[in-house]
Ligand binder design. Structure first.
Ligand code: ADP
Ligand code: MG
Length: 379
């Protein structure tokens, strides 16, 4: 049993991005301080935190200095090496556990784990050579997606294979090896469920939401997902089953596909707050960030309930960031900006949320209208 972290204790967050920033803001409201481990002095999370340790995520001296400054350690960034995780865990409690991070860092371990607990995934095979890739394509067919097993994000580290000529060049281009081949899921929708589990085993999941991507980057989240009740219930129960099987203490985002037959397949896991949960700040009494902090601090977890329906639109790159003054002036949009100074192409700079009464999420044209200046091409 974990004793609740007392007020004014310090939560260490590995990673300085917007997920850490919004976690730190939620922690501050609960009376905690946050201390950020980050490579950049002016990172979005460090700007709003009580302190920061600056340096490489792999340098033992940096990890030691960070651990010495905090009472408990959590993450907004998952890719710390096994040695780094072990070092941190030898110094302070790490939640979620390093074992969970290791599974989510390595697609082969992730898919094996998921299938082992009865969660469906796309058909997949590990691929360490062109010959293995050819054999895997013979098994799963084309199109298929070849991915790196580590360090992928926003669609980076993957290649779509459409015909036989694509195999060898894609294999050569992607690294590090081994890779993983996944059968292509002709999905009707992409969903995600964010689930929290406390130190006492209490578990609660937010409603399933629908995610739409543009250029492989999340563009829009619709909460709740516009799917039959039975699919939404399946999505939530799969996420809860995975969190329990992992003995999670913390927050877990489960990305899923709904295929053309209405089946729910798990795509990937992220044991941290997730972009598809930003809507919870404005539409839920307890957001994903507060749930994260509560779980990590050993506080009770309230039910993940929603008082409103919501649409969340990411602000990505220079063009959408330039809309900021218009978004501030648009009635009904709730603005969030992450404090990044340079709006590079593909960079997530902020988001806006629009709330609707429960059950009143509009159809596609209504969503575009409701987002006003932020109306996306994909709405
Ligand atoms: N097996 C698949 N079949 C169809 N689409 C896929 C498949 N795997 C990934 N995708 C698409 O690519 C996106 C990014 O893939 P994902 O595995 O989530 O990597 P990451 O989010 O780490 O970049 C998914 O959200 C989905 O739109
Ligand atoms: Mg993903």
């Amino acid at each position: 049993m974990i004793r609740p972290l007392p007020p004014n204790a310090t939560i260490g967050i590995v990673g300085g991005g917007q997920l850490g920033r919004m976690s730190a803001l939620a922690a501050a409201r609960l009376g905690y301080r946050c201390h950020i481990l980050t490579t950049e002095p002016d990172s979005p999370a460090a700007q709003v935190a009580a302190g920061a340790t600056l340096g490489d995520y792999e340098a033992p001296a940096t990890l030691r200095a960070f651990a010495a400054a905090v009472d408990v350690i959590t993450f907004e960034f998952e890719n710390v090496s096994a040695e780094g995780l072990d070092l941190l865990a030898s110094l302070k409690p790490v939640r979620p556990s390093p074992a969970i991070l290791r599974i989510s860092q390595y697609r082969i371990a992730e898919k094996s784990f998921l299938n082992g607990v009865g969660a469906r995934t796309a058909p997949w095979s590990p691929v360490a050579s062109v010959a293995e890739l050819e054999a895997a394509v013979a098994r799963h067919g084309l199109p298929a997606i070849l991915k790196t097993t580590r360090l992928g994000y926003d669609g980076k580290g993957q290649a779509m294979l459409r015909d036989a000529a694509d195999l060898a060049p894609a294999f050569a281009e992607l690294s590090p090896k081994p890779l993983i081949l996944e059968g292509f899921v002709d999905f009707a929708q992409e969903l995600s469920v964010i689930v929290a589990r406390g130190a006492d085993g209490a578990v609660t999941a937010f409603d399933a939401v629908e995610n739409r991507h543009r250029d492989h980057i999340l563009d829009l989240t619709l909460a709740p997902a516009q799917v039959p009740d039975q699919i939404a219930a399946t999505a939530r129960s799969v996420a809860i089953r995975v969190a329990e099987a992992l003995e999670l203490v913390g927050l877990l985002a489960v990305e899923m596909f709904v295929d053309s037959g209405g089946r729910v397949l798990v795509n990937e896991l992220a044991p941290r707050p997730h972009n598809s949960g930003h809507w919870t700040i404005d539409a839920c009494p307890v957001s994903q960030f507060e749930m994260h902090i509560r779980a990590v601090a050993g506080l009770p977890l309230p039910h993940a309930t929603r008082h409103s329906d919501a649409v969340m639109k990411n602000l990505v790159g220079p063009e959408e960031t330039a809309l900021w003054p218009a978004l501030l002036a648009a009635p009904g949009l709730i603005p969030h900006l992450y404090g990044k100074t340079e709006a590079r192409e593909g960079r997530k700079m902020g988001h806006v949320t629009r709330l609707f009464p429960k059950g009143a999420l509009p159809g596609p044209f209504g969503i575009a209208a409701a987002l006003g200046p932020a109306a996306p091409a994909s709405a």
